[in-house]
Design a binder for this molecule. Structure first.
Ligand code: GLU
Length: 311
């Protein structure tokens, strides 16, 4: 196989793509998936697929099946079985129990409104959980828990962090510093789902992921995830946050923009045309298959700014 560009030694461990199955993938998602695959395959590293269906209300197996089929149709392959997060709940529970045993977990009874209100206080750090439930007494907790449970809701579980910010290494953004706070490990309310920030860290470790390629809307979450990984004694992956695809109005491409899913695009183009458009958005002209894109792509030639989708 001819690999253009230089293999970067920092790209190590496995790669992965981790879609949330709450609808069809659009051109921007397919492009991020393709980049994840290209980065792993051009470094001869394993590439895994993980269905991030922690959000039990919004996820469906039908949607997961459709997404996997679309990814295969554009020519992506992956190693081993697909990992479904709904099968990983005992692992998340185990990790949270281990943190709880270290005194690093507390229940939070706040509603969104409570948080918004407390966060507007003069000394609150913008975007941080204001710590309302962090230091409650046992009696206060008991009272708040009973009050909440009487309405059929569960408390959230939060991490007791001792940082307000943290850094990660990103392939393009370099040393990136962002917020760390007492973020949620398990969501509250009627459906106490495990939180994305917990599941992603536990599963990246489980799958021995060494480099995380994903949309740059998630860059601000990376310091929280790295903080948790370090607490758990996990190695922190190298991040490769990719600029998002925008619509013609300059906003993040979304399904409501129309003609953006593979099925929709295939109404007026062939699958190979779609693959060619994906390749061209990465700076590879004229390739009709993902294997051909792999042959000619150069990670360092990838456009560093957001790409505009013109259907
Ligand atoms: N499941 C997330 C999404 O579909 C991606 C999370 C990640 O790659 O860390 O946007």
């Amino acid at each position: 196989m001819c690999m253009s560009g230089t293999a970067d030694a920092r790209i190590a461990g496995a790669g992965r793509y981790a879609p949330s199955p709450s609808g069809e993938l659009h051109f921007g998602n397919l492009r991020t998936a393709l980049i994840s695959w290209l980065v792993a395959r051009s470094h001869s590293l394993p590439f895994y697929m993980r269905v991030e269906d922690v959000d039990t209300q919004r996820s469906s197996l039908e949607s997961a099946a459709q997404q996997l089929e679309d990814l295969q149709r554009i020519g992506l392959d992956w190693d081993g079985e697909v990992l479904y997060q709904h099968q990983r709940f005992p692992a998340y529970e185990h990790v949270v129990e281990s943190l709880r045993a270290r005194g690093l977990v507390y229940e939070c009874y706040c509603s969104r409104k409570d948080i918004a209100h407390a966060a507007s206080a003069p000394h609150a750090i913008p975007g941080h959980y204001p710590g309302t439930c962090r230091d409650l007494s046992d009696a206060q907790r008991q009272a708040k828990r009973e009050e909440l449970e009487a309405t059929g809701r569960h408390p959230a579980l939060r991490l007791r962090s001792d940082a307000t910010s943290g850094t990660v290494q990103d392939y393009w953004a370099g040393n990136y510093r962002g917020d760390v706070d007492d973020f949620v490990l398990r969501r509250g309310g009627q459906a106490p789902d495990w939180a994305y920030n917990l599941a992603v860290v536990v599963d990246d470790h489980h799958q021995q992921v060494g480099h995380v390629v994903r949309g740059d809307d998630l860059l601000p979450s990376a310091p929280r995830q790295a903080y948790l990984a370090r607490l758990l004694g996990y190695e922190v992956p190298l991040y490769v946050h990719v600029p998002l695809v925008l619509n013609e109005q300059g906003r993040r491409l979304a399904k409501r923009d129309g003609a953006v899913t593979l099925h929709q695009m295939e109404q007026h183009s062939s699958t190979a045309d779609v693959i060619q458009a994906l390749g061209e958005s990465l700076g590879v002209v004229g390739a009709r298959s993902t294997a051909e894109i792999l042959e000619h792509w150069d990670m360092d030639q990838l456009p560093r700014t957001a790409v505009t989708f013109r259907g």
